[in-house]
Design a protein around this ligand. Structure first.
Ligand code: SF4
Length: 67
């Protein structure tokens, strides 16, 4: 079976990572990598299950899940 392709886009201009790194905390399959010296990064986009939890809960509305 072919896996659905998903594209995760972070608008870093909207990312309020100094306040909250909720995407890192909330993703059930650990798509985002945390770092204290930089903004959250997408590290395993292919494992995204398209739950949209990050998109809905991002305080800056910086994440879009494109399917
Ligand atoms: S849509 Fe769900 S699985 Fe995909 S990156 Fe966001 S929280 Fe993680």
């Amino acid at each position: 079976m072919v896996k659905n392709m998903v594209r995760i886009v972070i608008d870093y201009a909207k990312c309020v990572e100094d306040i909250d790194r909720i995407c890192v905390e909330i993703c059930p399959v650990s798509i985002f990598r945390d770092s204290k010296s930089e903004k959250p990064k997408i590290v395993s986009e292919e494992n995204c299950i398209q739950c949209r939890t990050c998109e809905v809960n991002c305080p800056g509305q910086a994440i879009k899940i494109l399917t």
